[in-house]
Design a protein around this ligand. Sequence first.
Ligand code: ADP
Length: 159
Amino acid sequence: MSTALYPGTFDPITYGHLDIIRQALTIFDRVVVTVARNPRKDPLFTVEERIEMIQNATAEVGSVTVTHYDGLSVEAARRHGAIALIRGLRAVSDFEAEFQMTLMNRQLAPEIETVFLMPSEQYTYLSSSIVKEVARFGGDVSQFVPPLVSERLRHRFQR
Ligand code: ADP
């Protein structure tokens, strides 16, 4: 059984992330979505809240496991027996950082491939940050994120 690891911040999960997960499931038998506990970023939602929203959104999607990790994503991939890392590529702006990270990961773990998937056009400009920005000012984000995420964002910014 082939497993791929999809690491990210997922603060929060969007329909862009979900599109990538669905595509990955057409190539791999199982996808482990793993939330980075990244101390350099200042997330809006806790790791536990992010995991719950991903679990809720992927409940019907197929063979998806949701978890979290600290440290290197290649180490997390090894722990889960994953043969590949999944990353989403939206625009040219994603390329430089992803390219650098992929080459570094290849040095660290040559046995793990990085697979880049492109979302459908309507999600190309979608990011967790822009969704938070719109929600912060009371905008409707229901076309960009799953219902539970919409609800959580509304709650968060109502306070
Ligand atoms: P990170 O902090 O690792 O960039 P994110 O949660 O923002 O974490 O993203 C995880 C992965 O999902 C990255 O590869 C990112 O490029 C990809 N991604 C994020 N949003 C989208 C989207 N709208 N379409 C496709 N891929 C996306």
